[in-house]
Design a protein around this ligand. Structure first.
Ligand code: ADP
Ligand code: MG
Length: 610
């Protein structure tokens, strides 16, 4: 990377005096790191720019100030187009532009976004705009209608490009990038470097300078943040499966209270895991003892409260598990910062229930990083991972002792007629049979997948589908392509996992392979259509469809599509379950909805202190 000239103050940036005046009125005294890097570059160059920066780092001013500086107010055509993923963000950018340009007489900024009347926006555009701030869908719409003219822009900004891609605006971005003049300067801002962004850079950008800045409140860079959704009563079982699927784990399991710590540690102990609790009720000598065993890796897991974990100085943790998220969200940063240290990568895991999706979003905002949702490992996954770990151990093992080696020829002779496969299978079942046994009858405990499978198993097709509904439909001009756009943009789901899709007036119902149902919440978490969030809820199964060519008989006279379709539209039969939280009942799991051997979600007890 070429060296960049950085500016110390706004005053020595060379920005127009009217802009400097506005900045000081806004109390912007010192440029943020991204501003210090991007502003001088943009003032001096017409080269493209890719800036990787988290939210809250001051990106808006980083691109807005140079744009305002270069604007020719005596000319009335659109000189800059700024694309942003949501209407809220677009409006915020416009507000910032108007503030930064408060002293620029005659400055015209127009905001256009979906979900609002186009005619008002068209009138505003006809009135003239130097800068247009737009969501991609509406921009394409207005370009097609030839009311937005971007043929003469000198700057195109893709703000939060990763979000725009996540929200399925990929095609729209392609259209816009292909429509704007190749002479434009393109500025791309993103929190993460997705492969798709690399593609855009290759295809549409020229010799782009890349800058990278760390964020505010950012947790360690090498930490990956993952969450699993389980019913509250399955929290412990989820923990066990997650642990079992990662035989190499060495980490801390965080709990909220001493009591919860002790309970989780006791349970793990009786399930034969090398886990010990560490919290404020223990004597100092006991804590030291536990810690020394943990350091020597005699213990695989420490089960700790935030307070007790404060003094733990162990590096090399592979994982941190939030058995329950902390009450103080800031604690999450400290918790997750215990892994990913000293050049090692690490994973911070949170086990949440359906009601805690909002907390994940707040955490994402706070740490400026995305979480990925993963399905709770199935019995099959776990067994496979365990066995592969054994294989890996064999590969990495030091030489086998001579005393053992001496006997090998004899044994080989005796087993000479057995295939390698059979031999391995025997050893595996001898040594790991208990694992297979433990999970033999294990259910899938992913939220939303249990029960659905049998209910929705489709005749003859062999694939079980779950059914979901979106709160957008034909009347919103929502199309099947839009749905695929959302699915494909999500990292969780693939278009190939979708079954039938039925568009109705205000809703869209679609089938998804039941085995993938657990990922649906995550996949639609940031989904937006025309700037509005798209909500996904579980719906009643679709009625079988009559097919041409004599398949009628196959479905044995069950009602056709129409009649039963009204069933989920009205939300009967569990159709609106998802929106209320799992299992309808509303009564909450926290307050002791513990069934058969369940584990309390949030055991009472005071927070820990040492
Ligand atoms: P991002 O787009 O990177 O998420 P914003 O541009 O929205 O961040 O800036 C985040 C906040 O910081 C805003 O409230 C903005 O007004 C403020 N801010 C940005 N740059 C400065 C600065 N140089 N001095 C003071 N406040 C700033
Ligand atoms: Mg921003």
């Amino acid at each position: 990377m070429r060296d960049l000239q950085e500016m110390e103050t706004f005053a020595d940036s060379g920005l127009a005096p009217s802009i400097l005046e506005a900045l000081s009125a806004m109390n912007f005294t010192k440029p943020s790191p991204i501003q210090a890097k991007a502003i001088p570059f943009l003032l001096e160059n017409s080269r493209d720019l890719i800036a990787l920066a988290q939210t809250g780092t001051g990106k808006t001013a980083a691109f807005s100030l140079p744009i305002l500086h270069k604007l020719d107010l005596t000319r009335s055509h659109v000189q800059a187009l700024i694309l942003s993923p949501t209407r809220e963000l677009a409006l915020q950018i416009t507000k910032d532009l108007m503030n930064f340009g408060a002293k620029m007489k005659g400055l015209k900024v127009v905001t256009v976004y979906g979900g609002a009347r186009a005619d008002v926006q068209i009138r505003a555009l006809k009135n003239g705009a130097h800068i247009v701030v737009a969501t991609p869908g509406r921009a394409v719409d207005l370009l097609t209608r030839k009311v937005l003219d971007v043929r003469q822009i000198s700057t195109l900004v893709l703000d939060e490009a990763d979000e725009m891609l996540n929200m399925g605006f990929k095609d729209d971005l392609d259209t816009i990038l292909a429509t704007t003049p190749p002479t434009r300067q393109t500025l791309l801002f993103s929190a993460t470097m997705l492969p798709e962004i690399e593609r855009i850079a290759k295809q549409y950008m020229n010799d782009a300078q890349q800058i990278n800045v760390g964020g505010r409140n950012q947790s360690a860079d090498k930490v990956e943040h993952v969450y699993f959704v389980a019913h509250a009563r399955d929290r412990y079982e989820a923990l066990r499966r997650i642990i079992d699927a990662h035989p190499e784990m060495y980490g801390i399991i965080f709990c909220r209270t001493r009591r919860e710590c002790q309970e989780v540690a006791d349970k793990l102990g009786s399930d034969r895991y090398a886990a010990e609790a560490i919290h404020g009720e223990l004597e100092q000598s006991q804590r030291d003892y536990v810690m020394s065993r943990f350091r020597k890796r005699r213990i695989q897991f420490l089960v700790a409260t935030d307070v007790a974990a404060r003094g733990i100085d162990v590096n090399d943790l592979t994982h941190v598990i939030n058995y329950n998220l902390p009450d103080q969200l800031e604690s999450y940063v400290h918790r997750s910062g215990r892994t990913g240290r000293a050049d090692k990568s690490g994973v911070s895991i949170a086990i949440i229930n359906m009601r805690e999706h909002g907390v994940i979003r707040r955490l994402e905002h706070m740490i400026g990083k995305k979480f990925t949702q993963q399905p709770i490992p199935s019995a099959k996954d776990i067994c496979a991972r365990q066995l592969l770990a054994v294989a890996q151990k064999i590969l990495e093992a030091p030489e086998v002792e001579r005393a053992v080696m001496e006997h090998v020829p004899e044994v080989l002779e005796q087993l000479k007629d057995i295939s390698k496969e059979t031999l391995v299978a025997h050893i595996v079942s001898e040594k790991w049979g208990h694992f297979l046994e433990k999970y033999k009858f294990a259910d899938d405990i992913n939220v939303d997948s249990r029960g659905m499978e049998s209910r929705d198993r489709r005749e003859n097709s062999g694939i079980a589908f779950a059914t979901f509904q979106l709160n957008v439909g034909r009347q919103h001009n929502f199309t099947k392509q839009d749905l695929f756009g959302m699915i494909n943009a999500s990292r969780e789901l693939k278009g190939s996992e979708i079954g039938r899709i039925e568009l109705a007036g205000g809703t869209t119902t679609f089938q998804l392979e039941a085995a993938r149902a657990g990922a649906v919440i995550g996949a639609f978490r940031t989904a937006k259509f025309n700037g509005e969030p798209v909500l996904v809820t579980e719906a009643a199964p679709m009625a079988p469809r009559f097919e041409r060519g004599g398949s009628r008989g196959r479905f044995g006279g069950r009602g056709g599509g129409r009649g039963s379709r009204s069933g989920y539209r009205g939300g009967s039969g569990g159709g609106d379950r998802g929106s209320r939280g799992p299992r309808g009942g509303g009564g909450g799991f926290r307050g002791g909805n513990r069934r058969g051997g369940g584990y309390p979600t949030r055991p009472g007890g005071a927070p820990d202190d040492l």
